[in-house]
Design a protein around this ligand. Structure first.
Ligand SMILES: [Zn+2]
Ligand SMILES: [Zn+2]
Length: 326
């Protein structure tokens, strides 16, 4: 008699080189008592937080992961540099992993799905293990052809060190502390909340093949990334807030940059795409309501693997598995 057994996945190995500085940075926060409150420090945190968050959302996410707009090779490098100041490894590593997230969102292979492995895994633990250390260049061939981006991806600590040197030169140790420690920790958790919280809390307007949700609060914190259900429904748009009340600071900044010709061809969703939820049947509305309930995220959504990406929009279902055009 023969039996087939599937081997359990090997346990994750902690990446101490990444984990020790990351966790250690949090333990530096109490040193804030050494630099008593000044409005000037609030301004330093605010400016360095939102500048880097813009780099992450416009650069890492909307440009390098989704090609949601066009720009020059020079500004492309500036966006990558600014994004990497957020200390989240190299631009090619970030975008390759994000493309993987869209391809398998909330399925077994999704590397940071809370539905698969819980909140803390999706929020930050996946970054602290050795499994995803390498950059999957085959997933980001379109940008891996630029040597300057490959260099930046390899020496990913250069931008944050340059940034730290600049703030230290201007404001000394207090500025370096507030920008380098306080603001950086906030940038980390602001960004990570999109991988974790927007797949757990919030409303769902569109039927997608994942647990993505929309959240006004998270949109404020992340310059517009909180409209994650919109984004999973149609991932290649330069705006993620699709209605006037859906605040999206990244898009407003991109719009201004487009007036000066710095960026162009901002991709926008059609009215038909934006309003398709109005045509949902009662059964589809009931499904959306059930999926948006507290704790519903613990159950991975039902998939229909036989459905091709071309069929998904016609069904009113988001294009989570549509391959990114190269
Ligand atoms: Zn997502
Ligand atoms: Zn995305």
């Amino acid at each position: 008699m023969t039996s087939t057994t599937t081997k359990p996945a090997p346990p994750h190995q902690w990446n101490l080189v990444a984990s020790i500085p990351f966790i250690g940075w949090h333990f530096l926060l109490p040193l804030v008592v050494l630099f008593p409150f000044k409005w000037e420090y609030v301004a330093v945190v605010f400016v360095t937080y939102y500048l880097r968050m813009f780099g992450i959302t416009a650069g890492y996410h909307r440009y390098f992961s989704h090609r949601a707009f066009k720009t020059s090779r020079v500004f492309q490098f500036i966006l990558a540099f600014l994004a990497q100041m957020g200390v989240q490894k190299g631009v090619l590593w970030w975008a390759a992993n994000h493309r993987h997230h869209h391809r398998y969102s909330d399925m077994e292979n999704d590397i940071h799905s809370p539905a698969r492995k819980g909140f803390w895994w999706s929020h930050m633990a996946w970054i602290l293990v050795k499994d995803y250390e390498e950059t999957n260049l085959s997933a980001i061939k379109d940008f891996a052809k630029y040597p300057e981006l490959v260099w930046l991806n390899k020496y990913f600590l250069v931008p944050p060190l340059v940034g730290l040197a600049v703030v230290y030169a201007i404001g000394g140790l207090p500025w370096a502390f507030y920008a380098g420690v306080v603001s950086t920790v906030l940038v980390w958790h602001g960004t990570f909340s999109i991988n974790s919280l927007t797949h757990i809390f919030g409303s769902r307007r569109y039927l997608t093949t994942d647990n993505s949700r929309n959240s006004f609060i998270l949109a404020l914190i992340t310059c517009g990334e909180g409209w994650h259900n919109n984004h999973h429904f149609h991932q290649n748009t330069a705006n993620q807030g699709w209605f006037w009340w859906e605040v999206d600071f990244t898009f407003y900044a991109l719009k201004v940059l487009s007036w000066f010709g710095v960026v162009s061809d901002l991709r926008l969703p059609s009215e038909q795409t934006k309003l398709c939820y109005l045509k949902y049947t009662d059964a589809q509305r009931a499904q959306l309501e059930a999926e948006a309930k507290f704790n519903a995220w613990r159950t991975p959504p039902q998939r229909k693997p036989s459905v091709t990406p071309d069929e998904l929009p016609a069904m009113g279902i988001g294009m989570a598995q549509v391959m990114i055009k190269r």
